[in-house]
Write a protein that binds this ligand. Structure first.
Ligand SMILES: *Cc1c(COP(=O)(O)O)cnc(C)c1O
Length: 354
């Protein structure tokens, strides 16, 4: 793929050292953009100054939500090198999301090449304070000017970058999670496994409810029986029960997290028995009340590992591991972040150095 690069003549002021970056509010100087036209395929890959895009109000994405996105990070290592974490997995998942949403596939090599190219152009934007990173947001939108319901014949693939602060300011901290018993996020046969805005739109009402009650995230149950555990807002979920690591199996309605996949590989490597299976909320509550639920944590690119200290289900609220960080949670966090920041051994060759 040939990528034409046009550099900005008017660079922005970068955040000062030590400035609080937060998440997703600051954007770099450039963006990657590529068009799709039916009959022509993906074309005109280019890196241009970060700018607004102009779309017709009838552009299909606004009406029927035909879009997909990805999320990953670039890390400035302790050795000064820039690393990505398993970007090939994002390319594969993007292809699966695209297929579900009738968006033409982006060749996986091109997807990774585009990410590397834009990160290289804006590499001076990668913060280097501990725990910080450059968040990478690739996405595709349907752009046909047409109100009919059908797959669009034109698309834009765009990648934007956002320097982000440390997720944890003072080390890992357990969160409280609301098990949602009314709203559902996705159903089998739907698009739960795809990373697409519609799934997030479906999640907002429950998230608002959980926040109002003081819980930071929602744990979803299956969309049919509202009985089996699926995943958390933007994280997959793991339990340690009786010494075994248990996580819901991928069933079509759960997002296949790259962190999830990495956690499973690492737990097996550490000698844990890992079960990917159905787990009902009743089984979880029974395990919690009988003291067999030893740890619970979420996994995702943003937090890496998020220990869960409290779970709420209808009228039942229970504490896990005394609301403290579990040994396994801490170890997984240290191992994954060790690979990402070049501090520890990369046994599985997951880091891609730019
Ligand atoms: C992105 C995402 C995850 C986590 O995936 P990672 O690849 O580990 O970041 C989990 N659930 C949902 C709904 C997501 O969108």
């Amino acid at each position: 793929m040939e990528i034409k690069i046009t550099k900005t003549t008017n660079p922005k002021t970068k955040p000062a050292k030590g400035e609080k970056l937060g998440f997703g509010r600051i954007f770099t100087d450039h963006m990657f953009i590529m068009n799709y036209t039916e009959g022509k395929g993906w074309h005109d890959a280019r890196i241009v100054p970060y700018q607004k895009i102009s779309l017709d109000p009838s552009a299909m994405v606004f009406h029927y939500g035909q879009e997909m996105f990805e999320g990953l990070k670039a890390y400035r290592g302790v050795d000064g090198k820039i690393r990505l974490f398993r970007p090939d997995m994002n390319a594969k998942r993007a292809a699966a999301s695209n297929e579900r949403l009738c968006i033409p596939k982006i060749p996986e090599d091109d997807f990774v090449e585009a990410i590397k190219a834009i990160v290289k152009v804006d590499q001076d934007w990668i913060p280097d304070e501990e725990g910080t990173s450059l968040y990478i947001r690739p996405f595709v939108i349907a752009t046909d000017e047409f109100l009919g319901v059908a797959p669009s014949k034109t698309y834009l693939f765009i990648i934007i970058l956002s320097p982000s602060g440390a997720y944890y300011e003072n080390g890992l901290a357990p969160v409280g999670i609301w098990i949602e018993d009314d709203y559902v996020r996705a159903v089998r046969g739907g698009m739960g496994f795809a990373k697409t805005g519609g799934n997030y739109a479906a999640s907002l009402a429950a998230q608002v409810k959980a926040h109002d009650d003081g819980y930071s995230q929602v744990l979803w149950l299956d969309g049919v029986e509202r009985k089996y555990i699926e995943e958390v807002g933007a994280m997959n979920i793991f339990f340690k029960i009786d010494g075994k690591v248990v996580t819901p199996m991928l069933n079509g309605s759960i997002l296949p997290g790259i962190t999830r996949n990495s956690v499973i590989t690492m737990c097996k490597d550490m000698g844990y028995e890992v079960e990917e299976r159905k787990i009902s909320v009743d089984e979880l509550i029974e395990a919690a009340h009988s003291g067999r639920l030893e740890e619970c944590f979420g996994s995702g690119t943003a937090a890496v590992i998020s220990p869960v200290g409290k779970l709420r289900y209808v009228d039942d609220v229970f504490t896990i591991n005394n609301n403290e960080i579990g040994e396994l949670s801490q170890k997984l966090y240290d191992t994954i972040t060790g690979i990402q920041w070049g501090k520890g051994e990369d046994k599985f060759n997951w880091a891609v150095i730019l």
